[in-house]
Design a protein around this ligand. Structure first.
Ligand SMILES: *Cc1c(COP(=O)(O)O)cnc(C)c1O
Length: 409
């Protein structure tokens, strides 16, 4: 990365003039904590007492036997507090807010997971908290809205535009530009203007630092391949950070292939070849857009991967060829979800199941000496309705409908 936040030709900070001083302050604040070893140990100790870090690395013995190829290991980010890797980033930013002396945090959320993590952090640190969410998403994600409010956050439904994530981002930026003195904008993934990609991947690098040590200790060698799912790119950059300098470790990012790349109903910006370079939402990267730069509609069974842009850091590694990108379809993802539940007794998030599906596709052809690490970015409880629906569990659906009617009565 250069001083202005470019990774090769990607990244940068394309923001309204009014926010430039605030972003500079944030860059300086982040630079300071990055150079202060005491900050990282405070962060580590907070994460170990509040969020089960270090998360375990589990040897998936039954799955390994099932495929008859490499040893398969799962990095258990699902065991984090609030159920995913998102808290790593949010708690890091929480500590930074404390250092900067601000008292209020805002965030945007689509599926609601980042909103819940931010509301959790705000409660723990005693900040006031406002979450912007498209009106359509508010209706789709009732349980998460409920928990954000119970945790003390104000959830603002955004009624502009298509009333989804991108409209919520615009509203959050508007809030930030009028309340810069007191307020920090907690971005949820390694995207957006500099320094967010750098900062978010820095906090997520705790995954890679841990897993490098764990795999060497548990399997006695470096992994052959490491897999992670890619939405905005934060969990992937987190786990890959442990191996970027080991040229012999192959790094594979798995995007949302939706209903199949040929249908164009997917969210694969890099593997599909359908993405093109552009500037939006404050940064330059590969976006799914038409020839006029209008953003396309994306599709995935996993809400957390359903995004038009991707981390500029990943775009740079894609062009360099250091990270290989693949896509897994909704169907492959559900199959992988079922297999991990039955073989290992673990319920993965549908996002994480993309990494599993990518690995399972390749495992049968891999050498028996190989070692595979898969980042299990989150747990799947939140996906209960989607999974039940997709697996065609009609009895369960009617149970839920009845309960909902009883509740309303
Ligand atoms: C949000 C989310 C993702 C996608 O975000 P990245 O920034 O790409 O990591 C992946 N897995 C889970 C469980 C999530 O909640």
């Amino acid at each position: 990365m250069d001083k202005t936040g470019y990774y090769g030709t990607f990244g940068g900070a394309f923001i309204p003039e009014i926010l430039s001083t605030t972003l500079e302050q944030l860059q300086l604040g982040f630079q300071e904590v990055k150079e202060d070893p005491a900050f990282w140990s405070t962060y580590q100790s907070l994460m170990s007492t509040y969020s089960c870090r270090p998360t375990p690395l589990t040897y998936a013995e039954n799955l390994s036997r099932h495929f008859g190829g490499p040893q398969i290991y799962l990095k258990r980010e699902d065991l984090n507090h609030t159920g995913a890797h998102k808290l790593n980033n949010v708690m890091g930013q929480g500590l930074l807010v404390q250092r900067m002396g601000k008292t209020r945090v805002i965030a945007e959320t689509g599926a609601g997971q980042h909103g819940v993590a931010t509301a959790t952090m705000a409660a723990k640190f005693g900040y006031s908290c406002t979450i912007y969410m498209g009106e359509v998403d508010v209706a789709r994600q009732r349980p998460n809205v409920f928990w954000m409010e119970q945790l003390g956050a104000t959830v603002v439904p955004v009624r502009d535009g298509a009333r989804i994530l991108k409209d919520a981002i615009n509203e959050a930026l508007r809030d930030w530009s009028t309340n810069m003195d007191t307020t920090h904008y907690v971005l949820g993934t390694a995207c957006g203007p500099h320094p967010y990609p750098e900062m978010v991947s820095y906090f997520q690098s705790i995954i890679g630092t841990e897993v490098r040590e764990q795999i060497l200790r548990q399997s006695g060698r470096a992994p052959t391949r490491v897999y992670a799912c890619v939405g905005g790119g934060s969990n992937a950059l987190g786990i890959f950070s442990g191996f970027l300098d080991d040229a012999e470790v192959e790094l594979v990012g798995v995007e949302a292939g939706g209903q199949g790349l040929e249908t164009h109903k997917h969210a694969s910006r890099l593997a599909s070849g359908h993405g093109s370079v552009g500037v939006a939402q404050g940064y330059k990267t590969y976006f799914l857009q038409d020839d006029d730069g209008q953003m396309l509609e994306t599709h995935s069974v996993a809400a957390g991967l359903d995004y038009i842009g991707v981390s500029p850091i990943l775009s740079a590694y894609h062009e360099e060829g250091r990270i290989r990108f693949e896509a897994a379809t909704d169907e492959e993802v559900l199959e992988a979800t079922r297999l991990v539940m039955r073989k290992e007794g673990i319920i993965p998030a549908l996002e994480s199941a993309h990494a599993l599906a990518g690995a399972f596709r390749e495992a049968p052809e891999m050498n028996g000496d190989g070692v595979v690490v898969i980042n299990l970015s989150g747990r799947g409880d939140k996906d209960i309705f989607t999974i039940a629906d997709a697996l065609g569990d009609t009895a369960w659906k009617s149970f839920i409908t009845t309960k909902a009617e009883e509740y309303r009565a």
